[in-house]
Design a protein around this ligand. Structure first.
Ligand SMILES: NC(=O)c1ccc[n+]([C@@H]2O[C@H](COP(=O)([O-])OP(=O)(O)OC[C@H]3O[C@@H](n4cnc5c(N)ncnc54)[C@H](OP(=O)(O)O)[C@@H]3O)[C@@H](O)[C@H]2O)c1
Length: 231
C-alpha cells in the first residue's frame, strides 16, 4: 500500500470470509504494514445484527489506532439458508428485512463505529465490498431483489458518509468495490464456469485499486480492474 503513510495499520472486518481472509493474508505480507487486525464473526463474536458487538470491537481496536485502511468484507447472498428471490411473487417482508440488515444496516454501523478510527489528517481508505448487481444503472437482468436492493442501499449509506466525513478528512478515500466473481462459500452455488477469480487474486487486485484511488471528497464505485461501475 504505497499510497499510505509509513507504518500504516489496517482493519479487515469479515476476516473469516473468503475475500476477508485473503485481504488479511495479502496485507500481512505487504511492505510497510505495522498492524493488521482481522475481525470475524466466529473469532470475535461480532454480528452485523448487534450494534453493541460492533461498538465493542471498535473500542478494542481504538487504543492502537489510528487505522489508515479499513476494509468491510462482510455480506451475504444466502441468508438463513435461503437464496435470492428471482421473481416478484417470491418477495417476503422478513427476507427483505434480513437482506437489508446484513448487507446495508450492519455495514452502516461498521461505518459509524470504525470511521472515527481513521486518522484526522493524511490519506486513509475505507472500502466496503459491494457488488455490480447493486448498481441501479447497470441492472439489465432483474432478479435477486433483496441482495440487489440491499447492496444499492449499502452504496448510498457509504456515499452519504463519505460526503460528511470528507469535510473534516479531505484526504479520506471511500470506495464501494465490485470484486468480480470470486470462488467462495458465498458464490459456489452460482459459479457455472472456470472464469471465477481465486480470493487472493481478487484481493490483490482490489488492494491495487484502493492504492491508486485518489481522494475526491466523494465515494467511488469501482470494480477489481479499477473501472467505474454505474451507481
Ligand atoms: N464472492 C463473490 O463472487 C462476490 C461477488 C460480488 C460481491 N461479493 C461481496 O464480497 C463480500 C465477501 O464475499 P465472500 O465471497 O468473501 O463471502 P463469504 O466467504 O461468505 O464471506 C462473508 C463474510 O461476511 C461475514 N458475515 C456474513 N453475515 C454476517 C453477520 N450477520 N454478522 C457478521 N458477519 C457476517 C461472514 O462471517 P462468517 O464467516 O462468520 O459467516 C464472512 O466473514 C460480500 O459483501 C459479497 O456480497 C462477493
Amino acid at each position: 500500500m504505497t499510497s499510505l503513510p509509513a507504518n500504516w495499520q489496517a482493519i479487515v472486518l469479515g476476516a473469516t470470509g473468503a475475500l476477508g481472509g485473503a485481504f488479511v493474508e495479502v496485507l500481512r505480507a505487504a511492505p510497510g504494514a505495522h498492524r493488521i487486525l482481522a475481525f470475524g464473526r466466529t473469532s470475535q463474536h461480532f454480528t452485523l445484527e448487534d450494534e453493541d458487538s460492533i461498538a465493542a470491537l471498535a473500542r478494542e481496536a481504538a487504543p492502537d489506532g489510528p487505522y489508515h485502511l479499513v476494509i468491510d468484507a462482510t455480506g451475504a447472498l444466502e441468508i438463513d439458508g435461503i437464496g435470492p428471490e428471482k421473481r416478484l411473487d417470491q418477495l417476503d417482508a422478513q427476507r427483505l428485512a434480513r437482506a437489508f440488515q446484513v448487507n446495508a444496516i450492519g455495514p452502516a454501523l461498521l461505518l459509524k463505529h470504525f470511521v472515527p478510527l481513521l486518522p484526522m489528517s493524511g490519506r486513509s481508505i475505507f472500502a466496503t465490498l459491494s457488488a455490480r448487481v447493486g448498481s441501479i444503472g447497470a441492472n439489465e437482468k432483474g432478479g435477486w431483489y433483496g441482495y440487489r436492493a440491499s447492496k444499492a442501499a449499502r452504496n448510498m449509506l457509504l456515499q452519504t458518509a463519505a460526503i460528511e466525513v470528507c469535510r473534516r478528512r479531505p484526504e479520506a478515500v471511500f470506495l464501494a468495490l465490485q470484486p468480480g466473481t470470486v470462488r467462495s462459500r458465498f458464490s459456489a452455488p452460482y459459479i457455472t464456469d472456470g472464469t471465477a477469480l481465486m480470493p487472493a487474486d481478487a484481493a490483490g487486485r482490489l488492494l491495487e485499486v484502493m492504492d491508486q484511488s485518489p481522494a475526491t471528497r466523494k465515494a467511488a464505485f469501482l470494480d477489481y480492474r479499477g473501472e467505474k461501475v454505474a451507481w
